[in-house]
Design a protein around this ligand. Structure first.
Ligand SMILES: Cc1cc2nc3c(=O)[nH]c(=O)nc-3n(C[C@H](O)[C@H](O)[C@H](O)COP(=O)(O)O)c2cc1C
Length: 188
């Protein structure tokens, strides 16, 4: 089993894109989705979805930090490929086509307090593409994981996240780094 960070595209009337971590086995893939989440809602309604790896940090930005719990699209139509009603990002370097086998609602306690989670187990029907991809070893991807917890954090945690994010952004100079800085500025 390997852990991967990627982009989950689900549909149920509208197309929803979210950054997710996944445990990937030979032909099984598992997710833990914090609720409320558009992805969690969609996967209960429509079983087919895609999970894509990518080497593009901007794709993680759009999937993780825009459009959460709204019907605003994270990606524009021309940034997605439509394969018989299943969508994946054009910038994907590997795409897993999956079907949900089972889901379970669980409650956990973590450092942010208690959380409602949907666990999802899905079958990998097929996959395409073998090119390079990035994950949390990329500092921008890593700070985005922390920022998705920023809004639900108390003041102390917010301060800690801000400090960490700033220390990374000081060393980065890219359009994605700029977007992240702007995102944080707007929420302080
Ligand atoms: C690299 C990365 C990995 C993430 N992994 C998860 C995850 O495993 N589970 C989760 O619930 N959220 C995860 N997130 C946060 C979601 O992407 C974020 O909350 C998103 O807005 C959820 O969108 P949705 O409401 O469309 O489902 C991750 C974010 C990043 C940047």
């Amino acid at each position: 089993m390997v852990h991967r960070e990627g982009i989950l595209v689900s549909t149920d009337g509208w197309v929803n894109t979210a950054a997710m971590g996944a445990d990937v086995d030979e032909d099984l893939i598992r997710f833990r989705i914090f609720r409320p989440s558009d992805t969690a809602y969609n996967l209960k309604e429509k079983k087919e979805f895609t999970f894509s790896l990518t080497d593009d940090p901007m794709l993680f930005y759009k999937a993780a930090l825009t459009g959460h719990n709204t019907q605003e699209p994270e990606l524009e139509e021309d940034e997605l490929i439509d394969e018989d009603g299943l969508y994946y990002p054009k910038k994907a370097t590997r795409v897993y086509f999956c079907r949900v086998i089972s889901t379970e609602d669980i409650s956990i306690k973590d450092t942010y307090g208690s959380a409602e989670i949907l666990t999802v187990e899905a079958r990998i029907l097929r996959h395409t593409g073998e090119a390079d991809f990035i994950g949390r070893e990329n500092p921008l991807v890593d700070i985005m994981v922390h920022l998705t917890r920023y809004i639900i954090s108390d003041d102390d945690k917010k301060e800690a996240i801000e400090g960490y994010v700033k220390s990374i952004l000081e060393k980065e100079d890219s359009p994605t780094a700029e977007k992240i800085a702007q995102w944080m500025e707007e929420r302080r």
